[in-house]
Design a protein around this ligand. Structure first.
Ligand code: TAP
Length: 454
């Protein structure tokens, strides 16, 4: 690769490494190798594919610390989070290693013969991932795609390619066939677009912003190519007056400031019932001030820096004219630091409608259950959300009425690899994870075998 780009440590603003920027010919070469590797892979015994994925998972398990340290360096994730992320990749691989032997078709009753369906792999799957969770989001695509008999070409974000590159090496070291899982570094407009336009890439998985995702989907439509989209969010954390307010307030900073708010599931709008609004803010303030922002290499750190100088400027722009109620702290000096901010907002404010993707949370009051649901649904997004109430009937009613793909009641959990994940409205199309994800990487073939003479 002739052209390169520089990868920066966001905690120090210092360069780490030069990485090659693939040309169109190099992308096409990787896709051609993937086509060849996929034919042999799809033809191998299901148990052989399962064993290969388990070996890949073991290699990742054996390198959790190395991968975690790379993520601290490249993404500024706190070491505790980075270790969780690396271990999660191994768990996702192990989970989908069970899929090759379970991708059963159907036998459908028909007259005069036998009718069966087969789950056929697409062939080559192109996966485009963002910079916020480079390892985990990649694994949600590549593990089920490989399990279903596909080859994968993976494009990490230029800001954060290091763990993806290491995962590519670990796959080879674990014995995965050459060309089956290739990490292609470079820009979205070249590498990502080639995945969209190349006739041999038969499915695209895109995670990123709603704007780019819409263009990727349009390109896939022109090429009659299925696409999964995991996009932005503006998720609501809804606190009713019958909630355990102490618990709701204590957990609210983690729900939005984790990964410095650079999380598609960040609960970046806290909707609080008016009767407990003041009390909730009183409880929230010390929790925000205690939120530990600092050196991501330290075990005690809860939040590191933002990913880049330009992203920090974008996040800062959201505070222009904002009514800041209180804020946490952040280190001074080099690195793309930004303190957590709590802002009082009105429903039509930019801060209440647009994704900040930084540690800024908007707090809004609501009157009653219907008003809370209306406000929760009052954005273009529908990814995640939390509902705090001790009333079971209300918990059920509100969780059915909020138009989001991933909700939790009296907690903020969003991602378990064995349960489905995906957004509604402008937050996405199609889903990932859960028991059926490998099937999403197949197309159904129906075959009728005549048994009776015509
Ligand atoms: P984007 O700018 O959309 O970039 C995402 C990926 O797409 C990067 O790898 C990027 O490559 C690539 N890309 C850029 N332009 C492209 C094009 N024209 N064609 C094909 N690929 C292209 O998003 P981001 O700033 O990295 O990530 C932040 C956004 O992702 C937020 O909105 C966030 O909510 C969303 N996100 C959603 C989820 C889920 S699961 N719903 C998870 C994480 C993030 P380069 O940047 O290397 O050029």
């Amino acid at each position: 690769m002739s052209a390169t780009f520089t990868v920066i440590n966001p905690a120090t603003a210092q360069p780490i490494r030069e990485i090659g920027r693939a040309s169109l010919d190099e992308v096409d070469d990787a896709i051609a190798r993937a086509v060849r590797a996929q034919r042999a892979w799809a033809g191998s015994a299901p148990v052989a594919r399962a064993d290969a994925l388990r070996a890949f998972a073991r290699a990742v398990e054996d390198h959790v610390e190395e991968l975690a340290q790379l993520e601290v360096l490249n993404s500024g994730h706190p070491i505790g989070s980075a270790r969780w992320e690396a271990a999660h990749v191994a768990q996702v691989l192990n989970f989908y290693a069970g899929a090759p032997e379970r991708l059963s078709g159907q036998q459908i009753p028909v007259a005069g013969g036998l009718d069966v369906t087969f789950h056929e792999p697409y062939g080559v799957v192109g996966i485009i991932v963002p910079w916020n969770f480079p390892m985990t989001i990649a694994s949600w695509g590549f593990a089920p795609a490989l399990a279903a008999g596909n080859a994968v070409v993976l494009k990490p974000a230029e800001l954060t390619p290091l763990t993806a590159l290491r995962l590519g090496e670990l796959a080879l070291e674990a014995g995965m066939p050459e060309g089956l899982f290739t990490v292609v570094t470079g820009s979205g407009s070249v590498v990502g677009q080639r995945f969209v336009s190349h006739p041999d890439v038969r499915k695209v998985v895109f995670t990123g912003s709603t704007g780019v995702g819409t263009d990727v989907a349009a390109g896939c439509a022109r090429n009659l190519k299925p696409v999964t989209l995991e996009l932005g969010g503006k998720s609501a954390n809804i606190v009713f007056d019958d909630a355990d307010l102490e618990l709701a307030a204590a957990s609210a900073p983690g729900a939005v400031f984790d990964n410095a708010g650079q999380d598609c599931c960040a609960r970046s709008r806290i909707l609080v019932q008016r009767s407990v609004y003041d009390r909730f803010l009183e409880l929230l303030e010390p929790a925000v001030r205690d939120w530990q922002v600092g050196d991501p290499a330290l075990e005690s750190t809860q939040m590191g820096p933002l990913i880049s100088a330009s992203h920090r400027s974008t996040v800062a722009s959201f505070l222009d004219g904002a009514d800041v109620a209180f804020r946490g702290s952040a280190p001074e000096g080099d690195g793309f630091w930004f303190a957590p901010h709590v802002v009082l907002a009105s429903p039509q404010d930019r801060l209440a409608q647009e994704e900040v993707f930084g540690p800024v949370v908007a707090v809004l009051p609501f009157d009653d259950e219907a008003d809370g649901i209306r406000l929760a649904n009052d954005t273009i997004y529908g990814l995640a959300g939390s509902i705090w109430t001790e009333n079971l009937g209300r918990a059920v009613r509100v969780s059915r009425a909020v138009k989001s793909g991933v909700l939790s009641v009296n907690s903020h959990s969003s991602v378990r690899y064995w349960t489905p994940f995906g957004g509604m409205k402008a937050s996405g199309l199609g889903g990932e994870l859960g028991p059926d994800a490998a099937e999403h990487f197949t197309e159904t073939k129906n075959v009728f075998f005549a048994t009776d003479a015509p």
